[in-house]
Design a protein around this ligand. Structure first.
Ligand SMILES: NC(=O)c1ccc[n+]([C@@H]2O[C@H](COP(=O)([O-])OP(=O)(O)OC[C@H]3O[C@@H](n4cnc5c(N)ncnc54)[C@H](O)[C@@H]3O)[C@@H](O)[C@H]2O)c1
Length: 254
């Protein structure tokens, strides 16, 4: 087992990549604190982990809300005693009612909300989890940004700015807290087949166009990302920090 007896807090664990990571991390020996703002979705993930023989609890939290995040971290500590892995995975994108438009067409409230959910959340989880990690001798923070942080596009400007901020903050955390044995790395997924991108990808699946058009001629799966996160969460990556892992089937290499 690759992360035996570790305690992992995973945000956005009710769907897609977060659920895949919860299931995989538990199979590899971790106890899971599954966070989502949708209780039914989070409970379903927990049930899946438990029926596979793993250990998990669900904590409802809106990751953009300071009190919710504090409660998430407190519950992880009161239940399991420490946090070894913090996986900042929750985010909103194309399936959200919030604007995924360019700056000219993004309402200010939507800009603020997208930045709060995708980027401020990382500040909040770090703020409350890092002191606990320091107390217990260190930990690994895994952050999910996007290839939107690496290349420009005509749409989703608030999302792009938030994900770029995540890459930068991930590096800053690595520098500041490396001496305390806390690592921080970022994953930049390409198009991954989850509910988040269904509204833009489903109409294209038939034609195999655009986002599907990476050198590896398919969409990524949630497991493609979960295995990268597992490596970064585990001690196998103990000399890796401040790094950005692009997992996009070669899309940005073209
Ligand atoms: N799917 C892709 O193509 C793709 C590409 C690049 C990056 N990403 C990023 O990957 C991460 C995971 O997305 P996914 O593809 O699994 O999408 P998803 O929509 O399947 O899952 C996202 C989960 O986050 C939860 N969530 C959203 N806002 C929340 C909040 N405020 N508080 C708590 N939970 C919240 C949702 O309820 C959902 O369970 C996101 O950060 C996303 O931006 C996705």
């Amino acid at each position: 087992m690759r992360i035996k007896n570790k305690i992992a807090v995973i945000t956005g664990a009710g769907s897609g990549q977060g659920r895949a990571a919860a299931v995989l991390f538990a199979k590899e020996g971790a106890s899971i604190v599954a966070c989502d703002w949708k209780p039914e979705a989070g409970d379903e993930t927990v049930q899946q982990v438990i029926s596979d023989g793993g250990k998990a609890i669900f904590v409802r939290a809106d990751v953009s809300n300071s009190r919710d995040v504090q409660n998430l971290i407190n519950t992880a500590i009161s239940t399991f005693g420490r946090i070894d892995i913090l996986y900042n995975n929750a985010g909103v994108g194309f399936s959200s009612p919030l604007s995924m438009s360019d700056v000219l067409n993004t309402p200010e409230e939507d800009w603020d909300r997208v930045i709060a959910i995708n980027l401020k959340s990382m500040y909040l989880t770090a703020k409350f989890a890092i002191p606990e990690m320091i107390k217990s001798g260190g930990g690994s923070i895994v952050n999910t940004a996007s290839i939107a942080a690496m290349i420009g596009s005509e749409a989703a400007h608030a999302y792009t700015a938030a994900k770029g901020g995540m890459v930068a903050l991930s590096r800053a955390l690595a520098v500041e807290f490396g001496p305390k044995n806390i690592r921080s790395n970022c994953i930049c997924p390409g198009a991954i087949d989850t509910p988040m991108i269904a509204p833009v990808v489903d109409p294209m699946k038939g034609s195999g166009q655009l986002l599907l058009n990476s050198p590896i001629r398919r969409l990524g799966t949630p497991d493609d990302i979960a295995y990268c996160a597992l490596y970064l969460a585990s001690d196998e990556s103990s000399f890796v920090t401040g790094a950005t892992f692009v997992v996009d089937g070669g899309y940005t290499a073209q």
